[in-house]
Design a protein around this ligand. Structure first.
Ligand SMILES: Nc1ncnc2c1ncn2[C@@H]1O[C@H](COP(=O)(O)OP(=O)(O)OP(=O)(O)O)[C@@H](O)[C@H]1O
Length: 516
């Protein structure tokens, strides 16, 4: 197994890079490839010639190929039909969800990995009018969640307006942003029963089969509304059973699973995807679009893709170079034949998009190579326009992934663009120690070793990079936010200790030490 394959790269690509004499991944490849294969957005900066092209092309080719293979075997269509907003089984609606809410292809497992904000979703169908309805939600991870019932007028943040009824893990019920104690707290592995009685306009919940009592009387003006199963999560995961399989705690007192609700009380969600379940992929709609600031770079990237895909067949990946300065006729002809990956320069790319020759609706990788170059050439608006046209979620429920390469990640324009367009990007910054991502929080702990002598007896020494060992930091330092050190004594050295606590938290300890 090659070193690339150990990172999850498929054997056909591993073989191709081996034949190119790439025995080991470069640093940027080692960091970026698993991230992109794992579905993340990546923002990377590394020296010229560090292998960035391979870092994004290899995983993109692999995912595009796997998707094509699934489509060929008919799996793509099955996925698509499973994901369609309306029709079929009860499930969480992939088209009616917050930005960070992931929903599995069955629509029964939801996960939101944003620890800073709530993200919600609700079911693809609703019940209305009459009947006693039930579903179960099992908490499958730590984190915060609220489950309950939402009308289609409610926002996805369940319980924060007067159109949805939530019950949260902290033991609070909520409606209209009013949080009142109810039942008891719940968490990982608990099975929450959600009851909706439309006959007497009442909502109640159970925990692991134990009834927690009435939570809400549904106000008169909402009684004829359509009620969806709903959830909102903060860094949590939850699974649903609408009655398609046996309930862990079957409902009592005449309630039935939503899955058994008759047609006359069911209303399909009005929020449905634009694609149809069995639509064939359009030939001129590639899965990946790679934008380069110059013809030369576009040609180089295109040439690398050709080499990488040498051993990929059945189905073959169709790539296309779209650059200006050559007649568009051949490019249009190739688009009509079918393309999977397009590499090009922005001007010609936009010409073909605006005339409908190149379609963006199946794009799931949007790559900006040398983004600082693209922005300095004034392509910011064009990038925004293209990004706006690309669906953020594909028909088969896959999220748009963005990869941005830049000579530096510390340009204001690149940062602003990343903030605007990218989705929790991982920063891969191999351009030097001065470049610390904003997601890393620093704390500086000043120690005066002449007063606090505990360092002398410290059992566990922290290894440092030693770069500041002989720094002389003067009291004149006036950089805003920098601590001032008074160092009148030439026998004093500054040691900076930096170590990582977790992926997004690092500590700097600075010790002023008297040299013996
Ligand atoms: N893992 C690897 N092992 C050996 N050679 C590699 C590896 N990755 C890339 N290379 C080679 O290094 C050279 C530079 O790679 P590449 O063009 O991808 O870098 P880059 O970071 O995109 O450069 P630039 O910033 O100039 O566009 C190429 O000749 C490529 O074939």
């Amino acid at each position: 197994m090659t070193a690339f394959e150990e990172m999850g790269v498929m054997p056909e690509l591993g073989q191709a890079v081996e034949e190119m004499d790439w025995s080991l991944p470069t640093d940027v490849q080692a960091e970026a490839i698993p991230m992109i294969l794992g579905g993340g957005d990546v923002l990377m900066a590394a020296e010229t010639g560090s292998g960035k092209t391979g870092a994004f092309c290899l995983p993109i080719i692999q995912i595009v190929h796997e998707t094509l293979r699934d489509q060929l075997e008919g799996k793509g269509n099955r996925m698509t039909s499973r994901h369609a907003g309306g029709g079929g089984k009860w499930k969480m609606n992939v088209y009616d969800r917050g930005d960070a809410m992931a929903i599995d292809p069955e629509g029964l497992l939801c996960q939101a990995r944003d620890s800073a904000a709530w993200h919600g979703t609700r079911s693809n169908k609703a019940v209305t009018g009459k009947g006693k309805w039930y579903y179960e939600a099992t908490i499958t991870d730590e984190g915060l969640c609220r489950v309950g019932w939402s009308t289609d007028k409610a926002t996805l943040d369940l319980g924060t307006d007067k159109f949805g009824f939530g019950f949260g893990g902290t033991g609070k019920k909520s409606f209209g942003r009013q949080f009142d104690s109810y039942g008891e707290p719940f968490g990982m592995n608990d099975v929450m029963g959600c009851y909706l009685n439309l006959d007497i306009a009442e909502i109640r919940f159970s925990k692991n089969g134990v009834d927690l009592g009435k939570a809400f009387d549904i106000p008169a003006h909402l009684r004829s509304e359509k009620f969806h199963a709903a959830v909102v999560l903060k860094n949590a995961e939850i699974s649903f059973n609408f009655g398609g399989t046996a309930f862990k705690y079957p409902p009592q007192n005449g309630y039935s699973g939503l899955a058994t609700a008759p047609k006359e009380v069911i209303v399909e969600s009005r929020i449905v995807g634009s694609g149809t379940a069995n639509s064939k992929p359009a030939p001129n709609a590639p899965q990946a679009i790679i934008i380069e600031p110059s013809r030369e770079l576009a040609e180089q990237t295109y040439a690398q893709i050709k080499k990488f895909k040498t051993h990929l067949s059945n189905p073959a990946i169709r790539d296309l170079l779209i650059i200006g300065g050559v007649p568009a006729r051949d490019q249009i002809e190739a688009l009509n034949q079918g393309v999977d990956i397009v590499v090009g320069t922005p001007g010609r790319m936009e010409d073909l998009i605006s005339t409908g020759k190149l379609a963006l609706h199946q794009c799931r990788f949007f790559v900006l190579d040398e983004a600082d170059g693209l922005l300095s050439q004034g392509y910011s608006d064009l990038i925004n326009r293209l990004h706006q046209q690309i669906p953020k979620i594909t028909n088969d429920g896959k999220r748009l992934q963005m990869v941005v390469c830049s000579a530096t990640l510390h340009s204001f324009d690149v940062k602003k663009m990343a903030e605007r367009l990218m989705y929790f990007p991982t920063w891969i910054d191999l351009k030097g120690a001065d470049a610390v991502p904003e997601t890393v929080h620093h704390c500086v702990c000043l120690i005066d070793p002449t007063k606090d002598m505990r360092w002398k007896t410290m059992k566990n020494h922290v290894d440092t990079d030693g770069v500041h060992y002989s720094d002389r930091i003067s009291s004149e330092s006036s950089s805003p936010g920098r601590p001032h050190y008074i160092d009148p004594d030439p026998t004093t050295a500054v040691t900076s200790l930096r170590y990582k606590h977790s992926s997004n938290y690092s500590c700097h300890f600075t010790q002023i030490q008297t040299l013996q």
